[in-house]
Write a protein that binds this ligand. Structure first.
Ligand code: C5P
Length: 227
């Protein structure tokens, strides 16, 4: 099955500090986006990897992608993550893949196992997400600053990317949802279109880099890899 990957990188990424959007910040000497693209390139079954970026970030993106083979020319994202994914899906329509993995640029630590499981789960179920059991107890906050009713942790999962789909399924689901860009992941878009979304085991190492502290931890992780 032909599988393409959409890496959404069109966010402003400012919470990590430093002025430069987090997806272009260097991590162990290589831009986060480059590490994320490399995590997919050359993996069994992967055909193309498509970055979706903010047009203002094109120079940073060109630098991050320099010399990488198998990466398609980046396309412009939209004002929300959902709009950016939609732009990526439409950009693949002329030569559509059978399956598509949709991944956040801010997660550079994608393992070969995760990619293989994402492909297998999409082939089998049509729509699937990597999920982790929760280690923390979750509380809803009612009155600001006070704990409200908490859901039962046993039935909850924390969900990551890459999320994987049959291409036609998720493109149709995104088209149906266009104009109501309020969903923060693609599983929710598939669910809104009436599809069941399967889970496969996530990876605790596949963290999303968001804050300056995340980058400190990630630098340590990368240094250990190199040691
Ligand atoms: O902000 P957050 O980390 O939740 O964004 C998740 C991913 O979606 C990031 O990789 C970000 O670059 C991307 N995104 C996007 N277009 C937007 C907003 C976010 O591609 N308009």
């Amino acid at each position: 099955m032909r599988t393409d990957v959409i890496v959404v990188a069109a966010g402003s990424g400012q919470r990590a500090g430093d002025g430069i959007p987090k997806q272009f910040r260097p991590l162990g000497g290589r831009a986060v986006l480059r590490r994320t693209l490399e995590a997919f390139l050359g993996r069994p079954g992967i055909r193309h990897v498509l970055p979706v970026i903010h047009p203002d970030h094109a120079p940073w993106c060109a630098e991050a992608m320099a010399g990488l083979e198998g990466v398609l020319a980046p396309v412009a994202g939209g004002a929300t993550r959902q709009a950016s994914v939609r732009a990526g899906l439409e950009a693949l329509a002329d030569d559509p893949p059978d399956l598509v993995l949709i991944h956040d640029a801010a997660r550079p630590f994608v393992s070969a196992r995760l990619v293989a499981d994402a492909i297998a789960a999409a082939e089998r179920h049509g729509a699937a997400v990597p999920a982790l059991v929760l280690v923390d107890t979750i509380k809803a906050v009612g009155e600001p600053g006070f704990v409200g009713a908490g859901p039962d942790r046993g039935g909850l999962r924390s969900v990551q990317t890459p999320q994987s789909f049959r291409y036609e399924l998720i493109r149709a689901a995104h088209r149906a949802r266009a104009g109501a860009d309020d969903l923060t992941d693609d599983a929710a878009v598939a669910e809104a279109a009436g599809h069941r979304v399967a889970t496969f085991p996530g990876d605790p190492a596949n963290t999303k880099l968001t804050t300056p502290e995340d980058f400190v931890t990630a630098e340590r992780h990368v240094a250990l890899e190199l040691a």
